[in-house]
Design a protein around this ligand. Structure first.
Ligand SMILES: Cc1ncc(COP(=O)(O)O)c(C=O)c1O
Length: 376
């Protein structure tokens, strides 16, 4: 055991009520996250602010998020979710007609639609087949001098691939292409030092590996990226919002950095909770979480081999996600059975998705295997 999993598990009461193997769908709440939301509710209920204190906390959490990713706070923006981040970038890039964007066939639709939507501006989206291993070579022969962005998931939701982002980043740097990753499935389960990874932009939500409810996203824009123009404007995007709340054309200078993409009020309850969640994750260590999840995956794979059940996605630790395992079982047949047996998993394109989180144990894996074996 790489950390005290039982102590972490106690913070997730859902583990006493069902066999929860669905963190790739959404994280159950921890008592820490609930306490964070309650802190905001109590403050609001009893004192209704002051908002300035909440905004100071927002900046503290921004700094915490920045440390978590090894970047500076000015490179972090809060968004609503992954889709918003993808759409902001698709509409902020100064494309010219005839430019192209490279994406993977079958990648998450929220990323894909953001770019398909700008085909009407004359931008071509080129799909590259998704193979078990995706790295610089995957894109080399498809990219040309009009390729402006490569956008892909870091970890896929539907089969648990983990792509070689560092290799793709090297290629992008060489070619002057902006690399954007959707880290919705990787944040919190695999270490992500964004500078070392070399990505230009990272977008994600927080309701899976970052353990908070839906509705709060994070966007990283490297300070080396200087050609993006925020497509929306509000007082929050400005360097000096007007104190008298009267908008003027003379006062439209943007805040420096990723904050210029922020508009309007923030999801303050969830921001408060995110601070608590990151404290928990950091107290355990993301590298420890990742190792633990890979160990659980190895245990699951040996059960599957024994029962003669195939894994849909990659198998080697070099190519697979630590926590997502899609197993070739007919979802129409098996999902009702799992539900009857109080096992929470997700139906996927090619089977049933089992996804682990920091609170899952070897016993959970064995319990899942026994449930499968009983039906077989
Ligand atoms: C890879 C990936 N991207 C994006 C999303 C969700 O997008 P959003 O945060 O916009 O709801 C998910 C799943 O919820 C996902 O697995």
């Amino acid at each position: 055991m790489r950390y005290n999993v039982d102590a972490v598990r106690e913070k997730f009461p859902v583990t006493g009520n069902c066999l929860y193997l669905d963190s790739g769908h959404q994280s159950p709440l921890s008592v820490d996250v609930k306490a964070g939301i309650e802190q905001f509710l109590d403050e609001s209920l009893n004192h209704a602010g002051p908002k300035s204190a909440w905004m100071a906390r927002l900046e503290e959490v921004r700094a915490q998020v920045a440390r978590f990713f090894g970047v500076s706070a000015s490179e972090i923006a809060f968004t609503k979710n992954t889709s918003e981040g993808c759409n902001l970038i698709a509409n902020a890039y100064p494309f010219r007609e005839g430019d192209n964007v490279l994406m993977l066939e079958g990648d998450h639709p929220n990323n894909t639609y953001a770019f398909l939507n700008i085909e009407k501006k004359g931008v071509e989206v080129r799909f590259v087949p998704m193979t078990e291993r995706v790295n610089a070579e995957t894109f080399r022969s498809v990219a040309d001098e009009r390729t402006r962005i490569i956008s892909l998931s870091h970890i896929t939701f539907h089969a648990g691939h983990k792509f070689d982002i560092e290799s793709i980043a090297g290629f992008c740097k060489e070619q002057g292409i902006l690399l954007m990753i959707d880290a919705m499935q990787s944040v919190g389960v695999t270490p992500m030092s964004l500078k070392e990874m070399g990505v230009s932009v990272m977008v994600c939500g927080s309701h899976k590996g970052l353990l908070v409810p839906q509705g709060l996203g994070i966007m990283y824009i490297s300070k080396e990226v200087t050609n993006l123009v925020p497509p929306f404007l509000a007082a929050a995007s400005l360097e000096n919002p007007p104190a008298d709340f009267i908008a003027s054309r003379d006062n439209m200078a943007l805040r420096a950095g990723a904050g210029s993409f922020e508009v309007g009020n923030y999801n303050l309850p969830t921001v408060t909770a995110l601070g608590r969640a990151i404290e928990l994750i950091e107290s355990v260590g993301v590298a420890n979480i990742e190792s633990h999840l890979y160990d659980l995956g190895d245990r699951l794979l040996s059960h599957l081999d024994r029962m003669g059940i195939d894994l849909v996605g990659p198998r080697s630790r070099d190519d697979r996600a630590p926590h997502i395992y899609v197993i070739r079982l007919d979802a129409d047949k098996w999902l009702p059975y799992f539900t009857e047996n109080n096992v929470r998993v997700s139906p996927e394109r090619d089977g049933i998705r089992v996804s682990f989180a920091l609170f899952n144990t070897e016993n959970d894996v064995d319990a899942f295997a026994s449930v499968v074996e009983k039906y077989l």
